[in-house]
Design a protein around this ligand. Structure first.
Ligand SMILES: Nc1ncnc2c1ncn2[C@@H]1O[C@H](COP(=O)(O)OP(=O)(O)OP(=O)(O)O)[C@@H](O)[C@H]1O
Ligand SMILES: O=C(O)[C@H](O)COP(=O)(O)O
Length: 404
């Protein structure tokens, strides 16, 4: 049983302040739908149905970046999923926000402006210090309870994620509770059979963190994406170097080569590495090459090849539990989605305990029509998912427990 309060403990008909995480990709100023809206609609609808006055807080992007925009579009997207009007006020804790909060009727929903537009939202500070801020001191007296559902921001100690727990009775929302229970399962659950982790993506330090922290828990790491190439480079293969427009690999190699060389020297039997790769040929088509035929690095590789997929698939099918961290190819481009889609599909077809995660990687399911119900859990979190997998603390969960 979790050591924090959940929505089951919340009496109906209250004034409830709710932190969600609607942070989404923004293209040319247009907010893109991702599965966060769908996921949060369940919590928001449940709270409205319980006759609460529901006030939502969320952030978008980071100050100074192109994705640092207002939440007005988020209100419209969320409204479609909740099936009820979502009011929006372009204020966080000024007079306009207070008026909008006080005008709310039971069962109505209001979204406040991007929390990172408030001066005292950032930087990271202990909950008790954030609780002293004007932000928390102004809003907290207007509410009876605080619900924290922003699991994917649970590694961030900001005023809106930790400060209100000090001032108000605090509850974990539906997303927070489910994500926490499943994502900590690789660190906390015992499995009798084979435990496999499919890892890739574009950050080798994430994969190194998983590999170093889960040595006792995971039997086999199936590696692809950028880390797959860099592990092979550590074995002396002519892959994993920047080519053409790509500029990710050499920097990561400089930062991680010592660790990667050490891992392939001392723990090689725990890894399966790609035996072939896919790349874009001169006609713009997907082409494949076996690792043994690569003489020098003159092509950027964008997916694992089919020989590798065939080698990884049986390992997945024999597993009792499979966890995913990062895509094994550039799945956003249909030509290079085979590795990620076929392996994640195999996980769904296998009767294993499965968690698919990584903020980007989880999008594979919606993009390629895979059914979420075929997996035990699909995480909408990135950094928080990684922390949970590797058994590291999540400051927001600690605060939920402390102030339960
Ligand atoms: N060979 C490759 N070359 C370049 N990019 C790749 C390659 N393989 C995978 N990727 C990219 O990796 C990204 C996903 O990896 P990332 O490390 O961001 O993992 P995530 O855990 O899903 O996301 P996040 O940590 O950002 O929440 C995808 O956008 C994919 O295009
Ligand atoms: O999308 C995320 O991973 C979370 O919303 C956290 O965002 P941040 O990395 O900008 O704090």
């Amino acid at each position: 049983m979790p050591e924090y309060n959940t929505l089951d403990d919340l009496e109906p008909g209250q004034r409830v302040l709710v932190r969600v995480d609607l942070n989404s990709p923004v293209e040319d100023g247009v907010v893109q739908d991702n599965n966060r809206f769908d996921r949060y609609s369940e919590t928001v609808a449940a709270l409205a149905e319980a006759d609460h006055k529901v006030v939502l807080m969320a952030h978008q992007g980071r100050p100074g970046r192109d994705d640092f925009v207002s939440l007005d579009q988020h209100a419209e997207i969320l409204e479609e999923y909740v099936g009820k009007p979502i009011k929006f006020v372009d204020d966080i804790y000024g007079d306009d926000a207070i008026d909008a909060i006080e005008a709310l009727e039971a069962g109505e929903i209001l979204l406040l402006e991007n929390t990172r537009m408030a001066d005292d939202e950032l930087p990271e500070k202990p909950a008790e210090e954030h609780a002293e801020s004007d932000f928390v001191q102004t809003l907290a007296p207007l509410f009876d309870a605080f619900v924290n559902d922003a699991y994917s921001a649970a590694h961030r100690a900001h005023a809106s994620t930790v400060g209100f727990a000090v001032e108000l009775p605090t509850y974990a929302g539906l997303v927070m509770d489910k994500e926490y229970q499943y994502n900590t399962s690789v660190a906390e659950k015992e499995f009798d059979g084979q435990v496999t982790m499919l890892c890739g993506g574009n950050k080798s330090e994430d994969v190194i963190s998983v590999v170093n922290n889960l040595e006792e828990k995971v039997d086999t790491f199936l590696v692809g994406g950028l880390p797959g190439e860099l592990f092979l480079r550590a074995e002396g293969e002519p892959v994993g170097m920047d080519v053409g427009d790509m500029d990710l690999l050499d920097d990561q190699w400089e930062e991680t080569k010592g660790t990667l060389e050490d891992l392939v020297e001392n723990r090689r039997d725990e890894f399966e590495l790609p035996v072939d790769f896919a790349y874009e040929d001169d006609d713009g088509e997907r082409a494949e090459i076996a690792l043994e035929d690569i003489e020098e690095k003159d092509t950027g590789y964008l997916d694992i090849g089919h020989e590798t997929i065939e080698a990884y698939e049986p390992i997945i099918r024999e597993s009792e539990a499979v966890f995913v961290k990062g895509a094994v190819g550039v799945f956003e481009d249909e030509r290079f989605a085979d590795g990620t889609v076929e392996l994640i599909k195999a996980i769904g077809e296998t009767d294993c305990f499965s968690v698919v995660g990584g903020g980007d990687t989880a999008r594979t399911l919606s993009l390629y029509g895979l059914d979420e119900d075929d997996y035990d859990h699909v995480s909408i979190a990135g950094g928080a998912y990684l922390n949970a997998l590797t058994g590291q603390e999540l400051v927001v969960v600690d605060v939920l427990k402390k102030y339960a």
